[in-house]
Design a protein around this ligand. Structure first.
Ligand SMILES: O=P(O)(O)OC[C@H]1O[C@](O)(CO)[C@@H](O)[C@@H]1O
Ligand SMILES: [Fe+2]
Length: 197
């Protein structure tokens, strides 16, 4: 990709507690946009029928999708569960797989769940003040295990792109669910290797 003309300097506001910006409108993902991603399809269908809750929202700045630019913003995962599984983002690989991302937790608590195509995975804890590095090649999904919104600030190379298809087809290898009042990482019964049709 060729380099594009440089952007001009600018600044943007993001609230330290709720993550919202007075400068931009957020992109909102309702639960119905995550069909098949949660373990419990019945609990999912009931919640969608009862009002289709807002699960998460984030800011997508309009930047040149060029390797010499950075994209940044906040991601806000609201508190809640589908069955025993905590609210989470869809998660994605980057289209340019070899690109990393940094997240910094501003408020709330939860985990960044990560896995690479080789099958290595890791869940890193989010608490306010904690930064998480998502290495190149790792799909990443934010999971809110607390009672307040999980607010993170993220930065990644602007041409990285979002590959949602792989996660929509295969799922993540692991889930984070509540057991005896605490979050635990368990195998995802819906995960499939994707080799078969
Ligand atoms: O892309 P997902 O998995 O729906 O999650 C959205 C979050 O991921 C990002 O794409 C950053 O990786 C943000 O735009 C947003 O916070
Ligand atoms: Fe990303």
């Amino acid at each position: 990709m060729s380099l594009q003309a440089a952007t001009i300097p600018f600044s943007a506001h993001f609230d330290l507690t709720n993550g919202l910006s007075r400068d931009y409108a957020s992109t909102r993902r309702m639960l119905s946009k995550m069909a098949g991603m949660y373990e419990n399809d019945k609990a999912f269908a009931n919640l969608v029928a009862e009002g289709d809750p807002l699960v998460y929202e984030f800011y997508e700045l309009t930047m040149p999708e060029a390797p010499n630019e950075l994209l940044f913003g906040t991601s806000i995962v609201h508190p809640g569960k589908v069955g025993r599984e905590y609210y989470m983002t869809k998660g994605h690989f980057h289209t340019i797989l070899d690109t990393p991302e940094v997240y910094y937790c501003l408020s709330g608590e939860g985990y960044m769940l990560m896995e690479n195509p080789e099958g290595e995975w890791q869940a890193e804890r989010f608490t306010p003040g904690q930064a998480v590095y998502v290495p190149p090649r790792y799909a990443h999904r934010s999971v809110n295990t607390g009672n307040e919104s999980l607010v993170t600030f993220f930065v990644y190379r602007a041409d990285s792109g979002h590959d949602y298809g792989t996660i929509e087809t295969k799922g993540f290898r692991k889930l984070i669910v509540e057991e005896k009042g605490a979050p635990v990482v368990v195998d995802n019964p819906k995960w499939r290797d994707g080799e078969e049709s």
